[in-house]
Design a protein around this ligand. Structure first.
Ligand code: PHE
Length: 341
């Protein structure tokens, strides 16, 4: 039996080392170590041995098995490496074959404009805030001094989630004014860009979803002159020096006095064209001095502090910045349009 075992050992090792492929090696594994293999056949004869011989033979058989398994593993690894080497040689890349051009996307013009706007404000010491698009009417209206019955709260203008009109898609970024007042230390200088939603039909200047950038400053002694100065600086940085703006009186429940700012139409230079609907001016934002009620509701003393705020339409800013005539182009994402920026 001893001779049988050492014969298996020598034969198997020789066979393993001459194997050329993984399949061949596997066949050898079955032949020597498998359930019906040669080693098993020898072990089956153990019963015939005496009680003293049995453990000695058992140990020897185990040793042979270990040696063979190790040899299998080594040879297997060598074959695998050789096979990989072969494949790499066979599959060399022909670098002279013309490649397929990969189309790489680029930043959307509106986000180019937004990044520029953010840079300008950050450069003036503002912090950029992000806030929820699903908003409470408390923040979108109540704390902005637009009590029940205010026309902007109407069901025909606003997307509500509940029949009590308490939860909604924000219709403006102005709730971020309140969120900032409630959580930040004074003085405050923030901008808050984001999506807003209104029940508007789609046309060249309207969309039920659009973007605003809210801005707010609260400090001691802040005036309307600061508001105009800041906005004019921003507009000139965005559109170039000498860009003409005008401020018109307006009404918002949360600012007093309130105004709207127009920029001279970029398409016609103020003469009147379809883009500005013949007006010569394009309205880009609403603004004003924060109403004392709003400050008070958020725990700020209007006797001590004052502030201004604005909400600009981001699409309109981008349209002006890149001379885009139709708002729908911004949302359609036609590659032929986007490739131009
Ligand atoms: N929230 C107003 C709107 O959507 C704009 C605005 C913001 C006006 C801040 C004044 C101050 O029209």
């Amino acid at each position: 039996m001893k001779e049988q075992l050492s014969k298996i050992r020598t034969e198997a090792l020789a066979a393993f080392s001459s194997a050329q492929t993984a399949a061949e090696l596997d066949a050898l594994r079955v032949q020597y170590l498998g359930k019906k293999g040669e080693l098993t056949a020898v072990l089956k004869q153990m019963g015939r041995l005496s009680a003293e011989e049995r453990p000695v033979m058992g140990q020897m058989a185990n040793e042979v098995r270990t040696v063979l398994e190790q040899a299998l593993e080594k040879t297997g690894a060598r074959l695998e490496e050789a096979a990989l080497e072969e494949r790499l040689k066979a599959e060399t890349v022909d670098v002279t074959v013309p490649g397929k051009a990969q189309k790489i996307g680029r930043k959307h013009p509106m986000y180019i404009a937004l990044d520029e706007i953010k840079d300008i404000f950050v450069g003036m010491g503002f912090t950029v805030l992000d806030g929820p698009e699903i908003e409470l009417a408390t923040y979108n209206f109540d704390k902005l001094n637009a009590e029940e019955g205010h026309p902007s709260r109407d069901w025909s203008d606003t997307f509500y989630f509940d029949k009590d009109s308490r939860v909604m898609l924000r219709s403006q970024t102005s709730p971020m004014q309140v969120r900032a007042m409630e959580t930040m230390e004074l003085p405050i200088r923030i901008i808050a860009p984001g999506r807003v939603y209104r029940k508007d039909e789609v046309d060249a200047t309207h969309s039920p979803m659009f973007h605003q950038v809210e801005g707010m400053v609260i400090d001691k002694g802040v005036t309307m002159a600061d508001l105009k100065g800041t906005l004019n600086t921003v507009i000139e940085k965005l559109y170039g020096e000498g860009t003409v703006t005008r401020f018109r009186p307006h009404h918002f429940p949360f600012t007093e006095p309130s105004c709207e700012m127009d920029i001279q139409c970029h398409k016609c230079g103020g003469r009147g064209c379809p883009t500005c609907k013949g007006e010569g001016w394009i309205e880009v934002l609403g603004a004003g001095m924060i109403h004392p009620n709003v400050l008070r509701m958020s725990g700020i003393d209007p006797e001590e502090y004052s502030g201004w705020a604005f909400g600009m339409g981001l699409e309109r800013m981008a349209m002006g910045r890149f001379k885009i005539a139709d708002l729908r182009l911004i949302f359609e994402n036609d590659v032929r349009f986007l490739e131009q920026f």
